[in-house]
Ligand binder design. Structure first.
Ligand code: NDP
Length: 284
């Protein structure tokens, strides 16, 4: 356990770095190494695993299921439901299908993947039913901007939301203007997806940025570790990098103990300024 634990509103704590799984389970030839990477992450304390019914059409959940089969109790399992399944009987079917692929009887945190046409109130009702049935322990949302979050907490049951999972990395800081402080004031942790900007694919030049590279050099760490330490510098933010190799997982886990100095944070701020006005929520 590090001092970088993040706590959900119901008191459950997790390390501030977890493991993403998008693109896992796509190719049979990669599955064994994906399982090894996830298990190595568990060994190093990265116990939150984030997946979704969408990823590889259930294939990523199946990989996770195999990785955790003998060690379910160590894992804080997060999965997501498609918006079109996030209500009524379809939600039960979607959740049961996820549970089957994940080889478990419960999901620790079940998220609405993004907002669709089903009213939020109906989604929350479905989440409560799943919770009552013991199929999920808690629920949250993903890709909801502040106006959607305000709508969500405008009804009682909506205030049981445990997280908003959104895109956040050094070169995409829009949430710092409003959504991030709004959530943190209410003790709702943010789960930062694409914390490595997909290894720079989402922002050309991020990994090669001279400032980021200098900060890495001066701390004797890698660029990926700079990006992760930067994301989790806020108390209440969990980064969920996806790593397909044990070497990458090791690097990511070690970022839990990296503390960037105020001077380095300022240098990163100058190169990648915080937003000065409202911007649309970035998504992939
Ligand atoms: P990330 O920013 O996590 O980047 C993943 C890429 O970074 C992979 O190519 C990986 O390569 C590489 N990588 C991992 N560790 C290192 C390292 N130490 N050094 C160099 N490269 C590294 O992007 P994702 O899109 O995967 O986002 C993370 C997770 O967030 C997803 O997997 C998913 O679980 C979740 N997500 C949620 C969304 C939502 O709508 N709610 C949307 C998008 C993502 P390799 O595989 O070779 O290790």
């Amino acid at each position: 356990m590090t001092d970088k634990m993040v706590f959900f509103p119901d008191g459950r704590g997790v390390e501030a770095i977890g493991q993403g799984t998008w693109y896992m389970g796509e190719r049979n030839s990669d599955i064994a190494s994906e399982i090894r990477a996830l298990q190595a992450g568990l060994d190093m304390g990265l116990t939150l695993i984030d997946t979704a019914e969408m990823y590889a059409d259930g294939g990523a959940e199946a990989v996770v299921g195999k990785a955790i089969a003998q060690r379910r109790d160590e894992v804080f399992l997060v999965s997501k439901v498609y918006p079109q399944n996030a209500g009524g009987k379809q939600a039960v079917t979607a959740c049961e299908n996820s549970l089957r692929r994940l080889q478990t009887d419960h999901i620790d945190l079940y998220l609405l993947h993004w907002r669709g046409s089903i009213p939020l109130e109906q989604t929350v009702e479905a989440m409560q039913q799943l919770q009552l049935a013991g199929k999920i322990k808690r629920w949250g949302v993903s890709n909801l901007d502040i106006s959607d979050m305000e709508e969500l907490v405008s009804f009682d049951a909506g205030r049981q939301c445990m997280t908003d999972q959104v895109l956040y990395h050094l070169a995409s800081r829009g949430i710092e203007y409003d959504l991030l402080p709004w959530c943190l004031e209410r003790q709702i942790p943010i789960m930062a997806y694409c914390p490595l900007a997909q290894a720079g694919k989402l922002r050309n030049g991020l990994m090669e940025s001279p400032v980021v590279q200098q900060v890495a050099r001066e701390n004797n760490i890698t660029v990926a570790q700079v990006l992760l330490a930067w994301v989790i510098r806020h108390q209440g933010v969990i980064a969920i990098p996806k790593a397909g190799t044990v070497a990458h997982v090791q690097e990511n886990a070690a970022a839990l103990t990296v503390r960037l100095s105020p001077e380095h944070l300022e240098a990163l701020d100058r190169a990648f300024p915080a937003p000065k006005r409202k911007t649309h929520l970035d998504i992939v």
